[in-house]
Design a protein around this ligand. Structure first.
Ligand code: MF3
Ligand code: CO
Length: 253
């Protein structure tokens, strides 16, 4: 069931997403060669808690065999999403994808960015740029009376025009009192399909884009999703609300 939120509820979701956006900025600021993903995880957790929030992914049970142990999802290069923060040290030339969720006042925020570690290859730069732009292509068509399938169609068309591929196994989602609500928001599909987009919907759009195959696997840790061909991947995510027929990005600082 797709829940329609009141203005007050959207204000709470906006507040949680503001903390998410600030935390992403902070992590980006501290991202450089030589830093471990666990150090960045700690910086993120401190900021979230000092702002009255709770890290939303910590203890999350949905996918893995173990509960997710981190505040951030830290995914490097061929790791697509859901990487576990640890002692791995970031190296020049890597793509560092960071996903953050915050719970505050019983409402969630969720957003993600990919960050270049030092100087990266032109191909990786293009992958990151196209992934971020594809998110905005999806957001643009998230207007009242369009359909959820229009979002994925816009993302897919844009991504594939550069010869990159869109991950199929993971989707965006509604956001509210739960981190993952209906509807699922695939990053591929057909225009004119899926649920009608309505005012008061709050959704996370999160294209995961690969240089090579769209196929992915899950690592032995039960969490880390990586590309089947081990080629690089990028991920950008915003939570948006449909207000007065138009998308408003909530995950901004
Ligand atoms: N943005 C990701 C998602 O919506 C974050 C989930 S990580 C988890 O799937 F730890 F919460 F699973
Ligand atoms: Co999400």
């Amino acid at each position: 069931m797709i829940l329609i939120k009141s203005k007050t509820e959207i204000d709470f979701i906006r507040a949680s997403n503001k903390i998410v956006a600030e935390t992403l900025k902070l992590v980006k600021h501290h991202t450089k060669p030589g830093v471990s993903t666990l150090e960045l995880d700690q910086i993120a957790e401190d900021w979230i808690r000092s702002n009255g929030g709770v890290p939303a992914f910590k203890g999350y049970k949905q996918y893995g065999t173990i509960d997710f142990p981190g505040t951030i999802c830290a995914s490097i290069d061929e790791e697509v999403v859901h990487g576990i923060p640890g002692n791995r040290i970031l190296k020049e030339g890597e793509i560092f994808s960071v996903d953050i969720g915050v719970l505050k006042n019983n409402y969630y925020g969720d957003a993600a960015i990919s960050i270049a570690v030092g100087e990266i290859s032109e191909e990786k730069k293009l992958l990151m740029k196209v992934t971020e732009e594809s998110l905005y292509k999806g957001i643009e068509v998230a207007v009242a009376n369009n359909r959820i399938g229009d979002i994925g169609a816009a993302v897919q068309q844009y991504v594939e025009s550069f010869g990159f591929s869109v991950v199929r196994d993971l989707c965006g989602h509604g956001v509210g009192r739960k981190l993952h609500e209906d509807p699922q928001i695939p990053n591929y599909g057909k225009k004119g399909t899926g649920a009608l987009i309505k005012n008061g919907m709050t959704i996370a759009i999160e294209p995961m884009v690969n240089i090579g195959t769209y196929k992915v696997n899950v690592a032995d840790d039960g969490w880390t999703v990586y590309t089947a061909d081990r080629m690089p991947s990028a991920h950008f995510e915003h939570t948006i609300a449909i207000i007065n027929g138009k998308p408003e990005i909530l995950s901004v600082s």
